[in-house]
Design a protein around this ligand. Structure first.
Ligand SMILES: CC(C)(COP(=O)(O)OP(=O)(O)OC[C@H]1O[C@@H](n2cnc3c(N)ncnc32)[C@H](O)[C@@H]1OP(=O)(O)O)[C@@H](O)C(=O)NCCC(=O)NCCS
Length: 128
């Protein structure tokens, strides 16, 4: 399963692929992973806040609602474990991801200038 997620991650983030061992480490650190044939989401809930660590959908499965569905599952699970807010961070230039998060009700709450190799990061959140 973690090998499959690592393969999907490499398709989604070719400049920075994570190995199966890295996903195993995330699980050991308390992260939750939801994965399907075409996509994955990793998130971590700490007391009353949760954070999306990564999300991706295989290129040939995009625009089919896979990411929205995984996001909704993660939000529901985080809420059931006490989270009142979900946070995430996205590159300012990542238009598909920003559109996904905005369509799911996230709003920008801050920026991290030059966070991604000189590209600004936007912090977004949503009340659960
Ligand atoms: C961002 C990503 C996860 C979206 O996955 P997806 O399964 O295609 O998203 P969905 O089909 O659930 O899209 C939900 C909504 O988000 C918006 N959206 C998603 N992709 C979009 C795009 N390329 N252009 C414009 N809007 C987009 C739309 O509003 C869409 O609803 P619609 O299709 O009914 O118009 C996917 O493009 C991906 O894996 N990208 C590479 C990895 C990445 O950047 N991850 C996010 C890091 S922060």
């Amino acid at each position: 399963m973690l090998n499959k997620i690592a393969t999907l991650h490499a398709l989604c983030f070719p400049r920075n692929p994570w190995s199966a061992d890295e996903f195993a480490n995330l699980k050991n650190q308390g992260c939750e992973i939801i994965a399907s044939q075409n996509g994955f989401i990793v998130y971590r809930t700490t007391i009353d806040e949760s954070e999306i660590i990564t999300i991706g959908v295989a290129p040939d499965a995009r625009r089919g609602g896979v990411a929205s569905a995984m996001l909704a599952l993660a939000e529901r699970d985080a809420k059931s474990h006490g989270a009142k807010k979900m946070f995430l961070e996205v590159e300012i230039t990542n238009a598909p991801a920003r559109a996904l998060y905005e369509s799911a009700g996230y709003t920008a709450v801050g920026t991290r200038p030059k966070y991604y190799n000189g590209i600004d990061g936007i912090i977004m959140s949503k009340d659960l």
